[in-house]
Design a protein around this ligand. Structure first.
Ligand SMILES: [Zn+2]
Ligand SMILES: [Zn+2]
Ligand SMILES: [Zn+2]
Length: 329
């Protein structure tokens, strides 16, 4: 597999002829419970009486490999490079059925701290430009392991959606000298139509223009470009974020089991790019957040090819329903 850049949209894609390895039989013991043959990279401090609390291991079938140089090169007008980077599984909890919406806030905060540590550590590698944290849950969302896990990829490029956000955030900042996300938060709190819940310094809202029904964002209410900075420095904040994440996932699960979750945080600032000036004001113009994209069976599947997002439930209706969902804890 290699990375190729679409010269028109400037998006990197991973392509090649993959040799498909058979996945383990469904009744095979869980590799994250069984503890065997796992290459553990880092772990959270142990929970009293509960052994380890969260840990990061090398993905058993990594998309990116840590050895080597990206070897970015031209191919006529095209660009290609090797899939150099890192691919880790973050085991959120030692217990096989303690998912983020069932765990307690301390456990979730441990996981958030570990995620922040891993992102910070991988960003120190001069080859790495961006670290993505994501979770796919449910059959229709491409869930890979039954154990409570998220995944992390460190890449030599900034993924497309984040790049759009970085460019747009910078343009907004150039025009207004304000952060677009801070302005969104202020307006949403004022209008109170699409706010799902406020928890201390964090809020969950339904975006004005959702890509899918019940799309939900979690953001810090105070400006901050980097999740990993908050995640490491402010334990009190981490507990509020943990609680809001847990409660928001419970709300989403009142609508559907399946969802994608992705963290958007600032790229590595070790790479001041000459042709992309957004790195200069990044601490002012970007604002980290978590996006949750529920997978809801849709009437309009044929339109769902992502050229134009089609979301047949308005954010206002979705937010009412999510706000009223029954939450435990
Ligand atoms: Zn397990
Ligand atoms: Zn902001
Ligand atoms: Zn985003």
């Amino acid at each position: 597999m290699e990375l190729r850049k679409d010269p028109i949209t400037r998006s990197w894609v991973m392509t090649g002829d993959e040799s498909f390895e058979p996945s383990p039989p469904p009744d095979a013991p869980c590799r994250f419970c069984a503890d065997s043959n796992l290459h553990v990279i880092a772990k959270s401090p142990d929970n009293p009486g509960a052994g380890w609390s969260a840990r990061s291991v090398v993905h058993p079938r990594p998309l990116y490999h840590i050895e080597g140089e990206p070897g970015r090169r031209g191919d006529g007008l095209y660009d290609r490079m090797h899939s150099v980077g890192a691919h880790e599984v973050l085991v959120e909890n030692p217990n096989h059925d303690r998912h983020l919406w069932k765990a307690n806030d301390e456990e979730i905060a441990h996981f958030l701290r570990l995620a922040a540590e891993r992102i910070l550590d991988l960003k120190r590698d001069p080859r790495i430009k961006y670290v993505s944290l994501f979770k796919d849950y449910g059959k229709n969302a491409g869930q890979e392991f039954s154990h409570p896990t998220s995944q992390l990829t460190a890449t030599t490029f900034v993924p497309r959606r984040v790049l759009y956000e970085l460019r747009a955030g910078r343009e907004y900042f150039v025009g207004k000298e304000r952060c677009a996300f801070c302005d969104i938060i202020q307006q949403e709190e004022r209008q109170a139509q699409r706010v799902i819940e406020v928890r201390g310094d964090y809020l969950a809202l339904g975006p004005y223009a959702p890509r899918v029904p019940y799309e939900t964002w979690i953001l810090p209410r105070n400006h901050d470009s980097s999740f990993e900075r908050t995640g490491l420095n402010k334990p009190g904040l981490r507990i509020n974020l943990a609680a809001l994440l847990r409660r928001t996932l419970q709300r989403v699960r009142s609508v559907t089991e399946d969802f994608h979750l992705v963290l958007h945080t600032s790229p590595s600032s070790l790479h001041p790019s000459k042709n992309l000036g957004y790195w200069k004001t990044i601490d002012d113009d970007y604002h980290w957040h978590i996006e949750i994209l529920p997978v809801v069976p849709s009437k309009a599947k044929s339109y769902n090819f992502k050229e134009v997002y089609y979301s047949p439930v308005s954010s206002e209706t979705a937010v009412k329903q999510l706000r009223d969902a029954k939450i435990e804890g």
